[in-house]
Design a protein around this ligand. Structure first.
Ligand code: HEC
Ligand code: HEC
Ligand code: HEC
Ligand code: HEC
Length: 224
């Protein structure tokens, strides 16, 4: 009875989450899962069973400014990767594209969401590719330069498969530069003690390795 009183003093129309929660509640209680029962409780405003969109021309969708914070002097200064947080009406800086995607496709912003693609990705090998590359470089590529590795007689393009978007780091670089930006060399060559470096910039096989953030409906490969 408590929540009935609660709802009669509120407008469900501005509280879709409560409405959904209550639909579930009624589902489990096997009473009525359509939300319409609330009319019996004297609630004036609620989502109808057949909801339609309003003001569709004004709805911005996931717009440019949901993901980019364009400064006042744009385009002199380029926009930074950010999430526009509708709860505070402020931008929150993002360190990587995957972290940005994980705000809505994972639990980074709303811990209880059931959209958890980011979380499964973060727990997968796709999010953890730098150490294995470093290990192999220190074992099988000792004495080779990053350029040998990408263009030499026994070339193998580690970046293209293990972290293609690595070339976007630090304002942009070539694959050869990325191999020396992310793996320690001694006198310009890989050595037995070659390790990973600049780990915080390495994105692994990022969301944007397989999805163009500007054309998400089509699967894409980011070619480094
Ligand atoms: C879902 C989030 C998202 C939306 C929406 C979005 N972008 Fe982006 N944008 C990104 C990401 C992620 C990158 C890649 C940045 C990186 O990985 O360093 C990017 C990169 C860019 C770049 C850098 C050049 C390039 O193409 O890589 C420009 C310019 C840009 N976006 C403009 C726009 C404009 C204009 C819109 C709206 C029409 C838009 N973006 C909408 C996420 C988004
Ligand atoms: C502000 C929240 C938000 C962010 C940030 C965001 N997305 Fe989405 N994305 C959505 C929503 C909402 C949908 C579903 C839209 C619908 O079906 O009405 C969606 C749909 C998608 C889809 C399904 C295919 C499609 O286009 O219908 C893909 C793939 C996708 N997003 C990838 C990404 C990637 C990759 C990033 C990071 C670069 C990203 N999204 C960032 C909210 C977001
Ligand atoms: C054509 C794409 C491709 C290229 C190029 C590539 N890799 Fe890989 N690598 C993969 C894939 C995919 C896996 C996942 C495991 C598998 O498929 O065997 C992998 C796995 C690995 C592993 C883990 C091996 C294991 O058995 O678990 C190491 C180490 C590795 N790669 C190092 C490198 C290094 C170093 C380079 C560059 C010299 C490189 N890879 C180039 C695609 C590639
Ligand atoms: C190795 C490539 C790869 C990576 C990395 C990747 N995805 Fe996907 N993603 C796919 C494929 C393949 C599909 C299935 C597309 C299809 O069936 O048309 C997909 C589907 C999706 C969908 C649609 C799911 C649905 O139910 O319709 C979303 C949203 C999405 N990915 C978001 C992400 C986000 C966010 C990340 C990073 C956390 C990510 N993806 C990383 C390859 C990838």
């Amino acid at each position: 009875m408590a929540f009935q009183t609660d709802f009669s003093s509120k407008t469900i129309g501005v509280n879709p989450i409560r409405c959904l929660e209550l639909r579930l509640l009624f589902k489990w209680l096997n009473v009525d899962n359509k939300c319409k029962t609330f009319s019996n409780f004297g609630v004036e405003s609620r989502f109808p069973n057949e909801e339609v969109a309003l003001n569709t021309n004004a709805w911005p969708h996931v717009s440019c400014t949901a993901c980019h914070n364009a400064p006042a002097d744009h385009p002199t200064t380029l926009p930074s990767l950010s999430l526009f947080d509708s709860q505070t009406a402020r931008y929150v800086h993002m360190d990587s594209a995957s972290q940005l995607c994980g705000q809505c496709h994972g639990t980074l912003h709303f811990a209880n969401t059931d959209h958890r693609i980011y979380d499964s990705w973060a727990a997968s090998k796709h999010a953890d590719t730098q150490t294995s590359v470093a290990t192999e470089l220190s074992q099988s590529r000792v004495g080779e330069t990053p350029d040998d590795l990408i263009h030499g007689s026994d070339a193998e393009n580690c970046i293209a498969c293990h972290s293609p978007t690595a070339v976007l780091a630090a304002g942009g670089m070539t694959e050869v530069q990325a191999m020396s930006h992310f793996f320690v060399t001694a006198n310009g060559v890989f050595a037995t003690n070659t390790l990973s470096t600049n780990m915080f910039e390495w994105q692994g096989i990022a969301c944007t390795a397989c999805h163009d953030p500007h054309d998400t409906a089509n699967l894409s490969y980011f070619n480094s």
